[in-house]
Write a protein that binds this ligand. Sequence first.
Ligand code: ADP
Ligand code: MG
Length: 371
Amino acid sequence: MHIIAIANQKGGCGKTTTAINLAAELGRQQQRVLLIDMDPQAHASLGLGIRERCLQGLYEVFNHELSLEQAILPQVIQGVDLVPATVTLAAVEPLLTDQPGRERQLLEHLESLKNRYDQILIDCPPSLGLLSINALRCADRVLAPLDAGLFSLDGLQQLRGIVGLLEEKYALRLPVEIVLTMFDDHTRLAQTLLGHIRQLWPGTLHDIRIRPTVRAREAVYFGKPLCQYAPRSTAAADYRRLAAALLAAAQQTAAGPSPTTPCSGLENDIEDINMSLSSEKALRQMVVLTFSDIECNRLQLAGDFNDWVPDHNVETRKLNGRWQKVFTAEPGVYEYRLLVDGKWQADPTNPHEIPNDLGGINSLLQVPAQL
Ligand SMILES: Nc1ncnc2c1ncn2[C@@H]1O[C@H](COP(=O)(O)OP(=O)(O)O)[C@@H](O)[C@H]1O
Ligand SMILES: [Mg+2]
């Protein structure tokens, strides 16, 4: 079992695209692959055509309601099983904060899957909180996609800091390989960034680059990996080569020794880092709104917490005829409305209301700091 975490704190640098396409290529190369979607935005799940918001996924695993095995969707594409994410995954970090060994939770869940997969790929969220730390803690190597932007480089610097601490604390070697994505070397900025990378982290830049192509964006839209959607595209060929290179590297790693004994003395460093990283996230609360007496075919929710885009970042559940809306929000007071079979209205089950600028009524929701 070879585990690759795909991480960079910066969003939009190609983590999910890399996770999906590497998984697909490794699956095609007869590897047994598990892709774990560790990002509450669930883009890896969406990009593989899992259009319905999955009702259960990693959140329930961390919450001990499901085993990791029970959360697996088998064979979403050839050779690839998926552990999907749901928006509730954002609430995992506060949940983990109080647990002993909080950065080892995923590692412990993965124990039960030993020998079932050749390759496990973890698509990390665009932050270095406890979700990413859990992914890094069990990884054999880290792939850090990098686009031509200063923020990507900054994200990489922070990633390497965390990796360094994990390596010291657990006496392991966790190689970080930088994969350039959407990188146009003709610009002066790109050349400057390349110079910085070679100087700061010699030998970490992967030879294989993922060339920019509009096909990559289209493939996501159609919920397919490039090898299915546009097998002759440049990026499909790049991911094919990257998969082959990783397979060769994994075989080498398997042949070599891998120290696992934790060393002491650095406990406090990592604890401090965990604390500071997770305190930011710990503010976000999971909100569950239940509507008992609304008869309709479609109930959507929009408010300040999702930029008034109906059901954006909201998970819908229907239990015994009752609608439930689940999302996360920072503590505060929010205005919202319902869209009931396409018609806007205030929430009839909530007496707290306020007039809005359009002459209608908005409902008020208070999210306390501690639920
Ligand atoms: N090689 C590529 N060429 C063109 N667009 C790409 C390429 N790789 C990724 N993209 C696009 O860039 C955007 C961000 O990629 P994504 O993988 O979602 O990044 P992240 O997971 O780091 O946030 C998406 O719209 C994706 O389709
Ligand atoms: Mg992503």
